[in-house]
Design a protein around this ligand. Sequence first.
Ligand code: 5BU
Length: 473
Amino acid sequence: MEYEIKLEELAIKLFTIDAVKFGDFMTKSGLKTPVYFDLRVIVSYPDVMELITFLLYNSVRDSKCNHLCGVPYTALPVATLLSVQAKRSMLMRRKEAKGYGTKKMIEGHYKAGESCLIIEDVVTSGSSVLETVKDLVKEGIKVDTAIIILDREQGGRQNLAANGVEMKSLFTMTNLIEILVKHNKITQEMANEVKEYLRTTKAPSSTEAVDRASISFEKRAELATNQVAKQLFEIIALKKTNLCISVDLTSTAKILDLLEKVGEHVCLVKTHVDIIEDFNSDFVIQIKQLSKRLNFLILEDRKYADIGNTVSLQYLNGLYKIGEWADCVTVHSLPGEGILKALNGSTNGVSRGVFLLAEMSSEGNLITPDYTKATVEMAAKYPDLITGFVCQNKDTFKDPGLIQLTPGVQLETSGDSLGQIYNTPEKVILDKGADIAVVGRGIVAAKSPETQAVVYKNALWKCYQKRISGKME
Ligand code: 5BU
């Protein structure tokens, strides 16, 4: 109750000090608006600052975040007061990088893998919040919540949600206006005019999305929520290779012989266990030993596509008992969420990993943009299980803690006679946003697979380095 009373008190005060004005105004972008906010003035009113701190305090206290960060400049003093009161560390984002020394955008003491709560005054499109989020995420800091004084209800909430940031606000514009009408500060007619304006004027969809492709693999390891993704990012960074070999061979001896030669150059080995003619338990022991010795993970490209119950049987039983040796598997989203529910969990205490198929490399495949979008949305509900997506495009997903695995890679673009489409390492890493490139016949069918693996490894790594250095033409 005290909270409600104080909230109304704040609304009236904001009106009284002209932080909220009604009439005919022009926005920065030249649009007409009947309501105008300028919260920069609040610093001159200690009672208003105190009220805002009081009202935001609980959200900060209840958050598990390591740090707070105010969006420059208006929210900085508010964040400072909250930081002191909640005894929570504050970070500061620079508006411009320093011209000398380190190009640091975030000031304060922090470590990659820590989390940060965003504080902001007014959100219209959400782009200012996202600029701050972007710089924090680049440092490996997780951001999932933004606390706002006023939500203008013009699309900011949706834009933030699309970037994985939940917005909590003291007021929405509608509810602020209702309070002001109740206290006879504005007429019902004015309230209706504002409501009509809100109904018809939306902020454009924000383009300030976090660019996962510009973040280093070391930092992304800290942002991963699935243990297999974290491990894979770490292996990639340590071995300096984002090459996955697809060992599409039909005898265990040939597979083991190939891996002995190329294992040190790859981060991931992709198998199709059902094409092996002499599969046996000794093969499993040997490939696991190789994976430990040469430090790579194993992805069984099983492409599960059945109802949850069948998939859980296929995963743990039968001849192959895939769940016992594969670090991760590929899964279709086609059957719906049941398939993820079936796989969610761990085997013998070890976290499982799933690469969900969001797109395919083959010509004429029936996956549509809506299917891809629904697949990414489905994955968001299983942060502990999803390692990443098998996909072909950078825009398919945004979360920097997930991995883009892209098959269909060869040094020369072409295809095969059965619909496979190939892209070069440059194209998949620099244009298409791949984190790991899958190469099968490009290496396996080469005269010297070992030499060719090194060629692919170096080409892919060079592109990755170029990508994170930001020097793309
Ligand atoms: P290739 O020899 O480099 O063409 O082998 C590509 C591998 O990736 C092969 O094992 C396919 O089953 C796998 N693959 C693919 O090529 N395209 C896709 O969209 C998916 C998997 Br999903």
